[in-house]
Design a protein around this ligand. Structure first.
Ligand SMILES: [Fe+2]
Length: 361
């Protein structure tokens, strides 16, 4: 019988690296000559950012951030194992990894039979390579079982619901899957005890106007593409929300137990021009979190793409899919945590929307 579990998490690349490198994205931004010198001076940072930086240049804060993230990951892994799904579906962004100049689909279901990837040889943005926290070598291979039938079932149902999604049975430009999916699995198995859940990846074009111009990563202020060089936009927040709702309707009438996972951090400093790319948009993220906690999904659905882009929340489009699905199922999170950080590029959220004992809106 169909059952759906909802989960929100992060695939934050620096968590795969070591604490001493966790501030790497900010350090890169501080080297940007186009940013005024006084803004780079810690004395002029917001008080909470100065606190995180402390007297050890963020070392203690990095360890604390890792602890908080691992606690959230432990919670969601426990919920996942207890639920024991037929497959997990992860909504994640493709940051110029599997899809590049030859095709950028707005939505693509990766209905693979099996996935084999070498995370430390892939050149995904922000990934630590040999300096990974597990000391795994370049030949380390992550093997994950896919669920082609489940992916096909969802693609068929969405197309019938007038969501003309793309699907694929094998990777295009990437041996394996992108960092959003790979990191999610790596973090859900942070303690390397094994991961036996089957996986369907659902790629969202979160980076939209910057997907090719920015190559899915950070850029210096001086390298910002001219407006005429920007790419066409990503799907809108409301479209992602409605897609999530349609996915929930399709899966509610499926033979499967499915865990729906949104994987991404929230506002990203390196995309947040209002703060000179130094720290995330705290105010906007807090408002989204309050709306999520209270089941006020209209706040989510009514947010325009321009606001999401201005706040550097491009990757939250993954969460808009989950929000739509949970709104369709009339559920609020039974547990959630919002972890703020000025220094470490983004705020992160974990949430569980259980199938049994669901908290209703
Ligand atoms: Fe990402």
């Amino acid at each position: 019988m169909a059952e759906i579990l909802g989960i929100g998490m992060t695939h934050y690349p620096p968590l795969a690296g070591r604490d001493e490198n966790m501030m790497g994205i900010l350090k890169g931004t501080l080297r940007d000559p186009a940013i005024p010198a006084e803004l780079k001076d810690p004395a002029n940072w917001p008080p909470r950012m100065r606190e995180e930086y402390g007297t050890d240049q963020g070392k203690a804060a990095a360890a604390e951030h890792r602890r908080d993230l691992l606690e959230g990951l432990g919670k969601v892994r426990e919920a996942l194992d207890e639920f024991s799904p037929d497959f997990i579906l992860i909504w994640g962004d493709d940051q110029y990894e599997n899809c590049t100049e030859d095709i950028i689909p707005p939505f693509c279901i990766l209905a693979y039979d099996n996935i084999e990837a070498q995370p430390w040889t892939l050149k995904a943005p922000g990934m630590p390579g040999a300096a990974n926290v597990w000391n795994e070598g370049g030949d380390f291979m992550l093997k994950i079982q896919g669920h082609r039938e489940g992916g096909k079932f969802l693609a068929s149902g969405l197309i019938t619901e007038a969501f003309d999604v793309c699907y694929s049975y094998r990777p295009l430009h990437l041996q394996g899957i992108g960092h959003a999916f790979l990191n999610s699995v790596a973090y859900l198995d942070y303690h390397r005890k094994g991961f036996n859940h089957r996986l369907v990846c659902f790629a969202i074009n979160c980076y939209g106007r910057k997907v090719i111009g920015f190559r899915g990563g950070a850029a210096k202020f001086g390298q910002t593409p001219r407006p005429e060089d920007l790419d066409p936009p990503s799907p809108s927040p409301s479209r992602c929300f409605d897609l999530g709702a349609a996915a929930a309707r399709v899966l509610k009438n499926s033979p499967y137990r499915v865990a729906l996972i949104a994987s991404s951090s929230w506002s990203h400093a390196f995309l947040h021009d209002k703060a000179w790319r130094l720290y995330p948009d705290m105010q906007s993220d807090r408002a989204f979190y309050a709306a999520l906690r209270s089941g006020n999904y209209s706040h989510w659905r009514e947010t325009p793409l321009s606001a999401v882009e201005d706040s550097g929340q491009q990757e939250m489009l993954n969460w808009f899919c989950l929000a739509g699905a949970m709104a369709e199922l009339k559920r609020k999170p039974s547990w959630s945590v919002f972890i703020e950080s000025y220094l470490f590029n983004s705020n992160k959220c974990f949430a569980i929307f259980p199938h049994r004992g669901a908290v209703r809106i």
